[in-house]
Design a protein around this ligand. Structure first.
Ligand code: RTP
Ligand code: MG
Length: 137
């Protein structure tokens, strides 16, 4: 099943020079295509839309501050089972719980600074693509 997903390489990944490594892992999966790729610094308004599901949680404000702290790489990736596939490459939210071999497991330690966001369902992917690439409906 061909899908598309919205991927963010978070400010820690950009600061640490890990974007090439992470993009390369995604790009090497058979048949997946990067159909949008841009570096941007996100403002509060776009982050509030993106992380609307977490408003009110204790980690929300520090997360917003972190996500606005420097440029991110915003991507659309398309291909077979790409939504579940990129989540698998990323590993679970807590990088210390993430297995070695996953992006978070190989490079992360802090829960907030976990390098990558990837849409978690088809509904999220469509919602998030519209937020970051309104022309791509
Ligand atoms: P994401 O949305 O960024 O792809 O990550 P996720 O689905 O694995 O995690 P989610 O539960 O949606 O949380 C969004 C992001 O918030 C930060 N976070 N910090 N306890 C904490 O300090 C905490 N919990 C979550 C992480 O950056 C997480 O990716
Ligand atoms: Mg999430």
């Amino acid at each position: 099943m061909t899908q598309r997903t919205l991927v963010l390489l978070k400010p820690d990944a950009v600061r640490r020079g890990l974007t090439g490594e992470i993009i390369s892992r995604i790009e090497r999966k058979a048949g997946w295509q990067l159909t949008a790729l841009e570096q941007r610094t996100l403002d509060r308004a776009i982050l509030e839309q993106h992380y609307a599901e977490h408003i009110g949680r204790p980690f929300y404000e520090p997360l917003m501050e972190f996500m606005a702290s420097g440029p991110v790489v915003v991507m659309i990736v398309e291909g077979e089972r790409v939504i579940e596939g990129v989540r698998q490459l990323a590993g679970p939210t807590d990088p210390v719980a993430a297995a070695p071999g996953s992006i978070r497991g190989d490079f992360g330690v802090i829960v907030r600074e976990n390098l990558i966001h990837a849409s978690d369902s088809e509904e999220s992917a469509e919602r998030e693509v519209k937020i970051f690439f309104p022309g791509r409906a």
